[in-house]
Design a protein around this ligand. Structure first.
Ligand SMILES: Nc1ncnc2c1ncn2[C@@H]1O[C@H](COP(=O)(O)OP(=O)(O)OP(=O)(O)O)[C@@H](O)[C@H]1O
Length: 269
């Protein structure tokens, strides 16, 4: 089943056509990376999926039901983490989840059970701090817990990792990865390494259209080159080259690869 289908979506702000002719779909249970540079129209698209912004043209369906602007019927399927989630700073995480659960009309036993599960999922169990003292990463994690409170089939996250350091990003990606197979996840980003880590499908938004989309593995194969990369420790390099030479195997290209700064940072932290 399709979690989301968008067809011929258009949106202008004044004279600026932000979304020109947007069509794509997201199968249920996938983790979909919605990629686009700053200002590409990712948030605008997400707001239209949530019925918070009126499209000029086009059709949006969530689990087969049409989204209408101003109506939140289809949002019963959906959890949403905005790019900058707002909280009451004087509350603790569990107080905040209780409030959200009460507003959503959940029974108090259900709120207690779901909150405990979700705080565990996002690594905030036993955190007695008030949200005002949280780091950005902790706020994003609490935001994910809140978005999942109603057990949505579709979780939409707007740039959940963009403002975080590599450790905070990894924590968020690990949480989203754990949802794989249970909840369909759409997350927008311009950080391609994040997409590579957890997404099985992608859509690249540019000039108001999807310019590349599909399954990650299929795309990689389609654009793959016939190339093999092997890693050896530095002290083994001469040995490896000697073996290759003895076998009359000449590499087309040899390069000493420096570790990425991100890898180094994660290792030392
Ligand atoms: N309410 C609005 N009125 C006028 N212009 C808007 C409005 N909302 C968004 N825009 C413009 O539409 C374009 C797309 O914005 P949007 O926030 O959807 O992009 P984005 O891909 O989410 O970018 P970012 O990564 O910076 O959040 C931008 O040029 C933005 O300035």
């Amino acid at each position: 089943m399709e979690a989301l289908r968008i067809e011929g979506l258009k949106k202008k702000f004044g004279e600026t056509e932000v979304i020109r002719e947007l069509s794509f779909s997201v199968p249920e249970h996938s983790v979909f990376g919605f990629i686009g540079k700053n200002g590409a129209g990712k948030t605008t698209t997400m707001k239209m999926i949530l019925g918070l912004l009126k499209p000029d043209a086009g059709k949006i369906q969530v689990f087969g039901e049409s989204v209408s602007y101003g109506e939140t019927k289809t949002n019963r399927f959906t959890g949403y983490l905005p790019d900058v989630p707002e909280f009451y700073s004087y509350m603790t995480a569990s107080e905040y989840l209780r409030l959200c659960g009460e507003i959503a009309g959940l029974a108090s036993g259900e709120i207690r059970r779901r909150s405990a599960e979700l705080l565990e999922l996002v690594g905030l169990t036993d955190n007695k701090k008030r949200v005002g003292g949280y780091s950005r990463g902790m706020k994003q994690r609490l935001g994910i817990a809140q978005a999942l409170l109603g057990n949505p089939r579709l979780l939409i996250c707007d740039e959940p990792t963009s403002a975080l350091d590599p450790v905070g990003r990894k924590e968020i990606l690990d949480i989203l990865f754990k949802l794989k197979g249970r909840t369909t996840v759409i997350f927008s980003t311009h950080i391609l390494t994040d997409v590579e880590r957890i997404c099985d499908r992608v859509g690249v938004l540019s000039e108001g259209r999807i310019v590349l989309s599909g399954e990650m593995e299929a795309l990689k194969k389609q654009y793959a080159q016939d190339k093999v990369m092997m890693e050896f420790p530095k002290e083994k390099q001469e040995e490896v080259l000697a073996v290759l030479k003895a076998q009359h195997l000449e590499p087309l290209h040899t390069e000493v690869v420096e570790p990425s700064l991100e890898k180094l940072f994660l290792e030392v932290i």
